[in-house]
Unconditional design. Sequence first.
Lengths: 139, 139
Amino acid sequence: MVSRAELKEELIKAGIRPSVQRLAIFEYVRRSCQHPTAEVVYEALRDELGSLSLTTVYNTLKLFVDAGLIMMLTIDDTFRCFDGNRSNHAHFRCNDCGKIIDLGMKKDFLSMVEGVEGLAVNEAQLYLKGLCGECKKKK
Amino acid sequence: MVSRAELKEELIKAGIRPSVQRLAIFEYVRRSCQHPTAEVVYEALRDELGSLSLTTVYNTLKLFVDAGLIMMLTIDDTFRCFDGNRSNHAHFRCNDCGKIIDLGMKKDFLSMVEGVEGLAVNEAQLYLKGLCGECKKKK
DNA sequence: TTCACTTTTGAAATCATTGCAAAAATATAA
DNA sequence: TTATATTTTTGCAATGATTTCAAAAGTGAA
C-alpha cells in the first residue's frame, strides 16, 4: 500500500500544499476500492478529522481532478463519484444493484476508435452498463 | 433522411404512442447532429408546437432512453445531453470550446476490456476528452 | 510578533431535474 | 354519437447535489 509520506510527496509534486484535510481526502480516495461520492468522503472523514466541511471536500476533489491526480466518474447520472485508481481501466455499473466494478483495459484500446487524428486526447473513460453476475442470476 | 412516418412507426414498435409532442421530440433528437440537452430541445420546439412544457421534454426523453431509442450522454458533468445516432460510436468533448464530436468505433472494441465474462453488458459509452483541432491550434 | 497569503468553513444561493395533481387529449364502450 | 376510462401533457413547487461567497482560521516569511 502507498504510504502517507508518498501520497504527501505526490501532492507536493503536483504543486498542491498538503494540508491536513487534503492529505486525508487524497488518502481516502486513493485507498478506497469503492468509488466514493463527495458525501461519502465527507461522512468517512469528518470524525477522523474532528471537523470538516462538505465544501472543502468538493473543492479539494475538484483540485485533485484538475491536477490529474484522481478521476471523476459520471457513469451514474444521478451522482458523481471519484476514483483514485490510476491504472488504465474501464468501469461497469450494474443497473440493478448500482455497484460499480473496475475492469482491466488494454493499452491500445484507442486503436478501436476512428477519427482521433487531429485531436489531443488526454482522458478516456469507458463505461459499461448492464447486470452484474449476482443480479443476472436473480432474474 | 428518415421520414416522419418511419419515426412514427418506430415509436409504435417500441410500444410508445406517437403523440404530437413525442414525435416532434423524437424527430428533433434523431435528426440533430448536435447533442441537445432537454433545455435545447424545449427551446427549439416550443414555437413549432405552439406550446410545450419542459417537464414533457424531460419525461419524454427519459421514456425514449428507457426504450433504448436514444442515448443519454453524461460526458459533461454539468449537463446531460441526448444522442439519436444509433451507430456504434464514441464521443469526444473539447475541454476548451465544449464541442462534442462523434467518432467511429470498431464493433469488437469490447475485446479490449478484461473481465467482462459473467457480466451482461447491454450499453457501452466511450468518452474521450482533450482539445479539438481548432482549440489545439489556438494554444 | 506582524503581515500577507492560503485554506477552510458554514450558510445561503443556484439550477437542473423530478414529483405531483389538475387539465387536456385520446381511446373505448355503450 | 355520448359517456366513461385511460393516457398524456402541463405548470408549479419541491428536491438535492453542487457552488458561491465572505468571514474565520491556519501557515509561512520577514
